[in-house]
Design a protein around this ligand. Structure first.
Ligand code: HEC
Length: 129
């Protein structure tokens, strides 16, 4: 009984955090990611490793949230959003190792890979068509 209650409570908290994420939060994270991408690009061009790493950190933090798909007007599924979020984090990690090894071309390539993931999702958004 006690265990069931705890499980239910846990589930409640979990769903609250997932559904508590609304469009305002999403837009905020999108803007953070856009700024992070600019930071990464700038860092690559200015040969500033610290700037790239800061951008990657901000990108990873915000992109972890966007795996929550908009509810109601479903432009894309939660499964899709999760995949995009995972890929962004994967390429962000690659940018990190590229730049630590001084490989600017590699970093630029993975920067483009991230951008491709952004665009893939944006192409699915009905409002933007
Ligand atoms: C899984 C889907 C998804 C992914 C991936 C995604 N976006 Fe978005 N993005 C959205 C949605 C939804 C909106 C809101 C569109 C609308 O309805 O206005 C949005 C809007 C934006 C906006 C406009 C914000 C505003 O002020 O209106 C920017 C900038 C943006 N995204 C940047 C990015 C960047 C940078 C990435 C990749 C690092 C990215 N997005 C990846 C779904 C996504």
């Amino acid at each position: 009984m006690k265990k069931t209650m705890l499980t239910l409570l846990g589930m409640g908290i979990l769903s609250m955090s997932a559904y508590g994420y609304d469009q305002t939060d999403r837009i905020k994270d999108m803007r953070t990611m856009e700024q992070a991408m600019s930071e990464i690009q700038k860092g690559i061009l200015y040969n500033n490793q610290k700037m790239v790493l800061e951008g990657v950190k901000n990108l990873e933090k915000a992109s972890a949230n966007i795996e929550v798909a908009p509810k109601g007007d479903m432009d894309y599924t939660a499964v899709f959003a999760k995949k995009q979020s995972k890929n962004i984090k994967k390429y962000a990690e690659k940018i990190k190792s590229n730049i630590s090894e001084g490989h600017k071309h590699g970093a630029a390539k993975n920067y483009t890979n991230v951008l491709t993931e952004c665009i893939t999702c944006h192409n699915k958004i009905r409002k933007w068509n």
